[in-house]
Design a protein around this ligand. Structure first.
Ligand SMILES: Cc1ncc(COP(=O)(O)O)c(C=O)c1O
Length: 324
């Protein structure tokens, strides 16, 4: 099975992660984890040049998205985000009884004006965006943060595959939350580690609604080890970026339109053609890509950047199917 549908990293995490996990596997698992993830937050602070009291650790960034909604939203409150984007925002807004204000992206996925004027308590910006892979530049994010009424959450799940980030806004503006995850660039999706960066007063609101022991002992150990070997992550990211360029060129040769991607996936389109049958034909050949049966995306699918071998196999299969 070639799995290119959920944006996992095709490469293993730093060997230090596995060493640290083995060393931590002892009778101490009878004890609860540190509810504050103190050692991990100290490492995060060191790596990102930010104070530990500006960091909250979550059980994946999905948990942090849920905590933000739980802490900030009352039933009926408006939550804005440009669409199409990460589908969990809409699901979690509905679960919390909020009112989703979905502002359509234009064809080039530039930030739509309507997000800033949506009068929302909470605004989500996935940057780079999924499933488009496109990036809103930092000055536009800062303008957005200054014009929204409430809190701006910049979800940077894929930012390590890009060339910029919004972490600098956290020290500058009190209404900005930056979310990161170790699931993608650090190859730790199975261990569920997310990071929220924001001013302490804002994070205090999230702590009120968080389970005390939200991040287990082994995940805290693994995350600390992963962050102590940045070159391993950076080497994997460099490999993914090289393969992303080859994937983009290969898809374009086959007649697909591909948006410039700053993430570990690309959105490939054949304008006007429903790509559900093509995605199904790939699945029949044991190659999984992500098709979204929603308006505006039916003629596209999202392909995660795998190894060179996986992407070679995908392009060969697609070549046979689309006849070029
Ligand atoms: C934009 C975005 N945010 C957050 C997440 C969730 O990441 P985590 O594994 O840290 O929960 C994903 C996972 O696919 C994502 O695409």
């Amino acid at each position: 099975m070639i799995k290119l549908n959920t944006n996992e990293n095709p490469y293993p995490p730093s060997p230090r992660v596995l060493e640290a996990l083995r060393a931590a596997l002892d009778a101490s698992v009878r004890l609860y984890p540190d509810p504050e993830a103190t050692a991990l937050r100290a490492r995060v602070a060191q790596v990102y040049g930010i104070r530990p009291d500006h960091v909250l650790v979550g059980n994946g960034s999905d948990e942090l998205i849920a905590l933000l909604l739980r802490a900030v939203i009352d039933p009926g409150d408006r939550v804005a985000f440009p669409v199409p984007t990460y589908s969990l925002y809409e699901t979690m807004v509905a679960a919390q009884g909020g009112a989703a204000v979905k502002v359509p992206f234009p064809d080039d996925f530039a930030l739509p004006e309507g997000v800033a004027t949506a009068r929302a308590r909470l605004t989500f910006l996935c940057n780079p965006n999924s499933p488009s892979g496109t990036l809103v530049p930092l000055p536009a994010i800062e303008r957005l943060a200054r014009s929204v009424d409430g809190i701006l959450v910049v979800d940077e799940a894929y930012v390590d595959f890009s060339h910029t980030n919004a972490l600098g806004l956290v020290g500058k503006l009190d209404n900005v939350v930056v979310l990161r995850t170790l699931s993608k660039s650090f190859s730790l999706a199975g261990l569920r580690i997310g990071l929220a960066f924001a001013v302490p007063a804002l994070l205090a609101g999230l702590r009120v609604v968080k389970d005390s022991y939200n991040v287990n002992r082994l995940s805290q150990v693994a995350a600390e080890a992963a962050l102590s070997d940045m070159p391993a992550m950076e080497a994997n990211v460099a490999r993914v970026r090289r393969t992303r360029a080859a994937l983009t060129a290969g898809l374009e040769r086959l007649g697909f339109r591909v948006l410039p991607s700053e993430a570990n996936f690309v959105l490939a389109r054949r304008p006007g053609e429903d790509l559900a049958p093509l995605a199904a034909a790939l699945a029949a050949r044991d190659i999984l890509v992500r098709h979204f049966a929603v308006p505006g995306l039916a003629d596209a699918f999202r392909i995660s950047v795998g190894t060179d071998e996986e992407i070679g196999a995908l392009l060969t299969a697609l070549g046979a199917l689309v006849g070029r």
